[in-house]
Ligand binder design. Sequence first.
Ligand code: HEC
Ligand code: HEC
Length: 444
Amino acid sequence: MSDEAQQKATSPQRGHASESAEQTVTGAGGEADAGSEPRNGGGHAHDPFFETAARLLAEGRETFRFDTFGDEAFWSGTLGLDRAIARVSPKQALAVGLKVDVDALPAGLVAALRAGKVDLDDPAVTRRLLRANAVVGVTGLFKPSSGIPQIGIQCALCHSTVDDSFAPGIGHRLDGWANRDLNVGAIIALAPNLQPIASLLHITVDQLKVVLASWGPGKFDAVVFLDGKAFRPDGKSAATLLPAAFGLAGVPLHTYTGWGSVTYWNAFVANLIMHGKGNFFDPRLDNAAKFPIAAENRFGHITIAEDEDRITPKLPALHVYQLALAAPRPPAGSFDPALAELGHRLFNGKARCATCHHQHRTEPGWNMHTGDEIGIDDFAARRSPDEHYRTTPLPGLWTHMKGGFYHDGRFATLLDVVNHYDTVMKLGLTAQDKTALVEYLKSI
Ligand code: HEC
Ligand code: HEC
């Protein structure tokens, strides 16, 4: 990132990120290279290569955690979310799944919280949290004259949570973890002016509220803003689960339906979903039959002057950071090692899982399948350009046991997933095979 672009970055607490370096970052998104020391024995403090890598990682983390890309112009300026947040108590904020970064809290506030002397029903406390930049994924941009901040959102809103070490919803940041408590629809519904979104979708504000309420915790529908399809044919919400954003290195295509690479999707989200200020190009969105809303609004041709683009200069470092976020290992005792070992053999053998989930991840190559191949309908697949489902990489499954599995959470438990494959692939798994596979899935 150029210095100029860096200065333009909205990062009220520059430097804060590097102070709390709890998250392990490895070179290859995972366990594979653990223990392989660089040839120079790790003494690379002054090696320009490692210095560059370290700088990119630090910049990328800053962007992931704190950059609004100027999207406060939409969330506050257009929707008026700042006015709503001014009335929200910390208790209400936690109830819609927002998380608080304990490392960002001033010592005085931590002490007062410990002593039970903070009124969690007082919206003024929410403003204090925002002022401390402690609400994960939400930035309050305060002007000196005003007590109410402009509100902008970040990647961390949906793709980070906290470890609850201080209290439920309050703890150290866990970058890349899916926030399955977050009720994005309920948060958007707080905004006083929903008319712009309703107009975009050609529905009334009341209809929009029904759509937003249909998502529920841990879900969001990125594609409804392109195709206007809020519900599946069976009447259920068309939203997808918030996925993990770690362990993505080496995965060819991303999102549940393989829209593109990590950096493709980053640009997509920052421009079209977060409403940051940038450039975006995707002529696939000109297909008016498939993406009527996107085609009408020329979402595949978002242009802004180069020197006002606050997204594109951030993409390289953001990409590097995301690829370096390894899937976290499950805690000891959270699975049965002997059964997991047996499950591993089944996964690679009799259960045929590894024919798609190679190395328990995804296919090296074109990692896409039809609904038929995995025994499900193709509604969500057909909302994407390639009309297929992408083989989900499985490391870190244990971090998102809430909300279900598959793109829409249709399977409540891992055993339900295994039973599904057993039926559609006629695997003939015994009850013990199934238990073993589940223990293996919990162990990766
Ligand atoms: C409002 C919630 C939300 C925000 C904010 C958000 N995302 Fe996502 N993200 C999602 C959802 C939902 C999906 C799944 C979309 C799909 O497959 O249809 C997703 C998918 C992804 C994926 C693909 C993961 C995989 O398994 O392939 C990546 C990478 C990603 N997001 C990165 C980002 C980055 C970087 C940002 C910030 C620029 C960001 N997201 C902001 C909700 C969000
Ligand atoms: C034909 C290729 C294919 C085979 C074989 C396959 N999978 Fe999958 N798997 C997929 C695809 C594609 C998805 C994404 C489905 C979706 O999101 O709707 C997926 C999703 C999953 C998920 C859900 C991940 C999540 O985060 O929601 C689990 C768990 C899983 N597979 C486990 C297995 C197991 C266990 C086996 C063997 C019994 C197996 N898979 C066999 C392609 C395959």
